[in-house]
Ligand binder design. Structure first.
Ligand code: BMA
Length: 318
């Protein structure tokens, strides 16, 4: 097997950006940070759409090949509902989609932008037309959340990123468990933000939902480097034990993807690549990401190369 190098793993699609505000059937400011899933043989994106009030909602787009001929819902698919769900007062953002084998339903974990800050909310759907809210499941400040598709020891599992007011502690990825999707506990830090001048120092968060592979749960996460010129959002990989996802088996030292193209460097928030979903198709991992909080792009890598690359990475220090 050829040796995979971090900077060669994910290749941008030449059609990038594959979806922009100009493609939308109604006036919007930006479309970005999409969740992704293969639904009925089609590529399904659930995009975060920011309208010209600054508030975000979710809207679906479907395509056969995952790159062209998107069929965008003619109206918002899921709007914030502050009357019934006050935690959605300032919008709903960054959906991450997981097929729950146990319920035979799709779960969408998203950020509810409440008066007290971002928090994690959950909705279930069977058809991406009707959505049933489970409601807010993590208090503020918390975001970057996704469920695992299977249960562990009879419990659902979720990754998320709480923020502690405890100065200097860093913003890490946590794992929690639930018997019923509504009540979550057994919280613990899973992946620490590094410190100092690392690309993923101080603040990290989950990007796409955990992906089941023969080597373990594949994790894509973002690291936020704070610089005098603003933040840079880049991506790294990790692998969790397949039977016990509280164990981190591998973690990349270098980032595997970062802002480089003009549409990633310039936008409403420059220097941001922000995937919320990926799809495995014919052994290829297609990562769908928001670019500069403005548009949607896709980059892909052979699953074999990703696993070979991680195979050569060290386990994180215990
Ligand atoms: C994060 C989230 C993302 C956004 C990113 C860059 O905190 O809010 O939705 O893409 O910041 O602005």
């Amino acid at each position: 097997m050829k040796k995979a190098r971090s900077h060669l793993l994910f290749q941008r699609h030449p059609n990038n950006p594959i979806l922009s505000a100009e493609d939308w059937p109604y006036p919007v400011n930006s479309v970005f940070n999409p969740g992704a899933a293969m639904v009925g043989g089609e590529h399904m994106l659930v995009a975060r759409v920011e309208d010209k009030t600054g508030i975000s909602h979710l809207c679906t787009a479907r395509s056969n090949d995952g790159v062209r001929n998107w069929r965008i819902n003619p109206k918002p698919s899921l709007l914030p509902s502050p009357e019934t769900h006050p935690e959605e007062m300032w919008g709903i953002e960054d959906p991450r989609i997981t097929w729950l084998e146990d319920l035979a339903k799709w779960a969408i974990a998203y950020t509810a932008y409440s008066e007290a800050g971002p928090m994690v909310s959950l909705a279930l759907t069977e058809d991406f037309i009707n959505f049933k809210r489970v409601g807010p499941i993590m208090p503020p400040e918390n975001k970057d959340s996704a469920l695992f598709p299977v249960k562990f020891g009879g419990r659902f599992a979720m990754l998320h990123r709480p923020v502690s007011a405890f100065a200097g502690i860093g913003k890490h990825i946590w794992i929690s468990f639930s018997p019923n999707l509504k009540h979550w506990g057994d919280h613990r830090i899973l992946i620490h933000a590094r410190r100092g001048s690392w690309w993923d120092a101080n603040k990290i968060g989950l990007s796409a939902p955990p992906l089941d592979t023969p080597e373990g749960w594949l994790i894509l996460y973002h690291g936020v480097r704070e610089t005098a010129g603003g933040c840079i959002y880049r991506l790294g990989l990790a692998l969790l034990d397949r039977a016990d996802p509280t164990k981190v088996a591998k973690r990349s030292e270098q980032w595997v993807f970062g802002p480089q193209e003009p549409y990633e460097i310039c936008g409403d928030v420059g220097n941001v690549v922000f995937p919320c979903g990926w799809i495995v198709h014919d052994g290829e991992v297609r990562m769908y990401y928001g670019a500069a909080d403005k548009c949607i792009a896709m980059a892909s890598a052979p699953m074999n190369d990703i696993l070979a690359f991680l195979g050569e990475c060290a386990p994180p220090p215990s």
